[in-house]
Write a protein that binds this ligand. Structure first.
Ligand code: ASP
Length: 347
């Protein structure tokens, strides 16, 4: 590692509000050219960094994000890995937490920062939050320890002064600048007058291990949210969907669900057909503990596995990732039970 050269960052612009401009006729927000983005943030040039950019053409609203584009991001990062100290991905906020989660699994043994950011107001607007988000994300992506290793060698989301572990993050606000939260894992850094890093919370990889990129996924997964009154025929139809391989079951409280015999029977039958069912709470904070109440114990007996304190985004992308790599039912159950990228807390 050359410690004397300028830090270098690759800025990958996928789209989203940060790079949008108002159509004068319709008033709708439309994506604009990345060159204009840099024009709008001349401050970036004041860093003594070498900053290159890569633009998705066309840039997308992140509601159009697809797993194939996660693979594309992995490829861009892998192919440029030795050339840059860090990567900043500009991304719409709507699905940013899904992309960050997916990348955390698809980039094994990552030892450089991959920081996703975006904004609630377009960068061309006077009160934009995009400038600060972008500038600080670039600084974090370039930040090094005295020994030359990256301070934050993780996939993270930086938004409104907070650096969060990507696969612990959820979008929680469609209006405020403070749009993201990590309910079950502490903030990795806070940007005030200085950027204060929480070194003991940040993952420390083995820097001698090379980055291992993964490109495959299987999207035969679904999120099923329970509610009082949910019907048997609807659950049966969902669980009997041809090709279905995994279900993220959003239960109540500490992982509880109705005790109705038909419900437990449908889950058991699905498990026997090889469908992986993972239990996650509808509560945003806290941990699934299926042994705590009888209503949770039934799920355990039906072969449902715990999602612990994972986010939905982390669970669904982890399942896509594991299923896409030909893992057996048994291997998937084992790997769902252990964090592979710091995505849940296991006591
Ligand atoms: N719809 C936009 C997107 O996610 C919103 C944003 O950028 O914040 O792409």
């Amino acid at each position: 590692m050359n410690k004397n050269r300028y830090p270098s960052v690759l800025l990958i612009y996928t789209g989203g509000t940060i790079g949008m401009i108002e159509n004068q006729e319709t008033g709708a927000l439309e994506a604009f050219n990345f060159d204009q983005l840099i024009e709008n943030v001349p401050e970036l040039k004041r860093f003594n960094y070498s900053i290159d950019s890569y633009q998705f053409t066309p840039p997308i609203d992140s509601s159009d994000m697809e797993p194939s584009l996660w693979s594309k991001l992995v490829k861009i990062i892998y192919e440029n890995y030795d050339k840059y100290d860090g990567f900043v991905i500009l991304h719409g906020t709507d699905t940013m937490a899904f992309t960050a989660s997916a990348l955390s699994f698809m980039l094994e043994d990552l030892s450089k920062p991959v920081i996703l950011t975006g904004s609630q107001l377009p960068i061309g607007k006077l009160r934009t939050d995009g400038k600060e988000n972008l500038i600080t994300a670039v600084e974090i992506a370039a930040a090094k320890n005295p020994d030359g290793t990256a301070i934050v060698p993780e996939v993270c989301i930086f938004f409104e002064n907070h650096l969060l572990r990507g696969n612990r993050t959820t979008k929680i606000n469609a209006e405020n600048f403070n749009a993201f939260r990590s309910y079950n894992y502490p903030t990795l850094a806070t940007a005030g007058i200085h950027i204060k890093y929480e070194h003991d919370k940040i993952h420390h990889p083995d820097p001698t291990k090379p980055l291992k990129p993964y490109y495959l996924y299987d999207t035969n997964v679904i999120v099923l949210t329970l509610f009082p009154g949910i019907q048997e025929n609807i659950i049966r139809n969902i669980l009997q969907t041809p090709g279905l391989r995994a279900v993220v079951l959003k239960t109540y409280g500490s992982g509880n669900a109705p005790q109705k015999p038909w419900f437990i029977k449908l889950l058991k039958e699905a498990k026997e057909r090889g469908i992986v069912i993972v239990n996650i709470s509808q509560c945003l904070t806290g941990m699934v503990e299926m042994g705590r109440y009888e209503t949770g114990l039934h799920l355990l007996d039906a072969g449902v596995i715990s999602g612990y304190d994972s986010t939905v985004e982390a669970l669904i992308t982890k399942l896509m990732f594991l299923l896409g790599h030909g893992k057996s039912d048994k291997e998937i159950r084992e790997l769902m039970n252990q964090p592979i990228a710091g995505e849940f807390t296991k006591a």
